[in-house]
Design a protein around this ligand. Sequence first.
Ligand SMILES: Cc1cc2nc3c(=O)[nH]c(=O)nc-3n(C[C@H](O)[C@H](O)[C@H](O)COP(=O)(O)OP(=O)(O)OC[C@H]3O[C@@H](n4cnc5c(N)ncnc54)[C@H](O)[C@@H]3O)c2cc1C
Length: 381
Amino acid sequence: MNFQLTEERQMLQDSLRRFLADRYTVTARNKAIADPSGYSSAIWTQLADLGVLGALLPEAVGGYGGAGFDIATIFEELGRAGVVEPVLDTAVLCGSLLCGPHDAQPLPRDRQYLERLIAGDLQLAFAHGEPASRYERTWVETTATVGGQDIVLTGRKSVVVNAEAAELLIVSAREGGASGDRDGLSLFLVDPKTAGVRMQGSALLAGGRAGEIELDGVRLSPSARLGAAGGAAVRVESALAAAEVALAAEALGAMETATRLTMDYLTTRQQFGRPIGTFQALQHRVAEMLIEVEQARSAVINAAGHLEGAPQVRDRHIAAARNLIGRTGRHIAEEAIQLHGGIAMTAEYELAHIAKRIVMSEHRFGDADTQLERFIDLSAA
Ligand SMILES: Cc1cc2nc3c(=O)[nH]c(=O)nc-3n(C[C@H](O)[C@H](O)[C@H](O)COP(=O)(O)OP(=O)(O)OC[C@H]3O[C@@H](n4cnc5c(N)ncnc54)[C@H](O)[C@@H]3O)c2cc1C
């Protein structure tokens, strides 16, 4: 495995890091968080102009990346700056769902959506999780039944990130099989304004917004189906794998920031006539944080390098990375807060937000315990 970034990725990383350092200030971020959409549309357009969205998607659909290392490079920077814009949901999750499997050609309709996504002109949300699905990836109780010429969706979707801002929802629903089965799962493109779609939005703890969605006999044309009827599990699993690599890299970037802020604080905060960072007890704790960041970096590189691999091997490496980052991320966030003392609590200070991003990232797509169980299952299979 090559650990060096290619020249193009290095350039993208440098320009994204500069852009976010200049523009993504605490004030700008807090403004984005307070916006009714949960993000800044100005920043979104600029991210698109910088090529960030295109770099997350393959050339075959008009992008210029899409590999595990493209995703990891970008998300490490987004995490470093604590970005709340829905890049993960619109571009990685929904972008992957629209692209479909590597060897498939998206329909012209889906290609057009992908072009608009890359241009920064389309917001999407993946309506997949349900009140009873917990971290089960194919647990879907929402049904898609035939009603005359139409497909009729009925069910509920929970914590659909970016749902209120999304022009289109990608909704998973069951056309056959039992709730947890891989077979029988389909995806549908749903305009949230369609009759029968009800949405209740709320703010997320670490920035951004999500919606609770009720689908009450939503009638769709069969052409709204994305991919083959009943065969969406592969598409869903590979989109979730890409999203988990993104999330792991994002947590890594945030862990780096938390550690850097802590080191800065310890070298400036004076107690007993000297910087508190001169006390060995605190140096040991920071040394532990630095080791954990390096472990997390290795885990992200390993997961990113396996994203294009066979599903079972891919998912095993991703589960390992997410388990490690879930544990070490929480430890770093807690240490950073404690070492900062009281100022860690203020919303005007960077760390308060970064620590929340780290802690909450563990709870998406499976926490550390779930990832450990997944790793054991995948290793035994
Ligand atoms: C809203 C709020 C309510 C609070 N309520 C309470 C309360 O009810 N009771 C209470 O006890 N505290 C409370 N605190 C915490 C308290 O006010 C301080 O935050 C805490 O004592 C740490 O001091 P500091 O913020 O000055 O951090 P700093 O002095 O900057 O220290 C930062 C870190 O370094 C450690 N440290 C500093 N010097 C040394 C040293 N020489 N050796 C080893 N470690 C060192 C500190 O323990 C801390 O972890 C509250 C804080 C907040 C924000």
